[in-house]
Design a protein around this ligand. Structure first.
Ligand code: HEM
Length: 149
């Protein structure tokens, strides 16, 4: 297997874990926790998920930056929105900043104070992080299918 193939396989593996894990959280664990007002259900899921979710995000950043170098070797073009490849890489980096911001805010501010009656504040984090995860995937696929070119 060549290096490019290996990077794509790792990137797709990380994408499966990151997007899939957040869809399960947003569409299954969270609605049930809101119905039963059970903050612990979310905390238990997050604790288990973090063990694979955080390494998956690290793999995404590492392989994503490497793939970006392969597609557009000059990083000063990564936010050049007039260039189709630079546009997609730039959008991905903006999505990454949004993900890190939302995750840090949840981890440092919301989760430590999480109680059964303020689960809605966490929902306001989980839903946007999940939407951003799906956007990551759509923008990633756009390199191949040309949607945002
Ligand atoms: C959780 C975050 C991410 C997800 C879910 C994700 C998902 C994807 C997917 C599904 C593809 C399509 C791969 C293919 O066509 O076979 C892709 C491609 C790509 N992603 Fe990501 N990605 C993420 C983060 C990043 C980051 C942080 C970067 C860095 C800028 C990045 C850069 C790229 C590049 C350059 C490609 C094109 C690869 C190619 O076709 O040569 N990704 N991504």
């Amino acid at each position: 297997m060549n290096l490019y193939g290996l990077l794509i396989v790792l990137h797709l593996l990380g994408a499966s874990v990151w997007v899939g894990g957040h869809l399960v959280l947003a569409c299954s664990v969270l609605p049930k926790a809101l119905r039963t007002r059970d903050a612990d259900a979310v905390r238990r899921y997050e604790e288990g998920y973090e063990r694979v979710g955080i390494p998956a995000l690290i793999v995404q950043v590492f392989t994503g930056i490497w793939l970006s170098y392969m597609k557009l070797p000059d990083p000063s073009m990564w936010f050049d929105f007039s260039n189709p490849v630079g546009r997609l890489i730039g959008i991905k980096l903006i999505l990454l900043a949004a993900t890190i911001g939302l995750a840090l805010d949840a981890r440092l501010r919301i989760i430590p104070k999480l109680k059964n009656d303020n689960l809605v504040s966490l929902a306001w984090h989980i839903v946007p992080v999940t939407l951003v995860a799906v956007l990551f995937l759509v923008v990633g696929a756009s390199f191949r299918i040309g949607w945002l070119y």
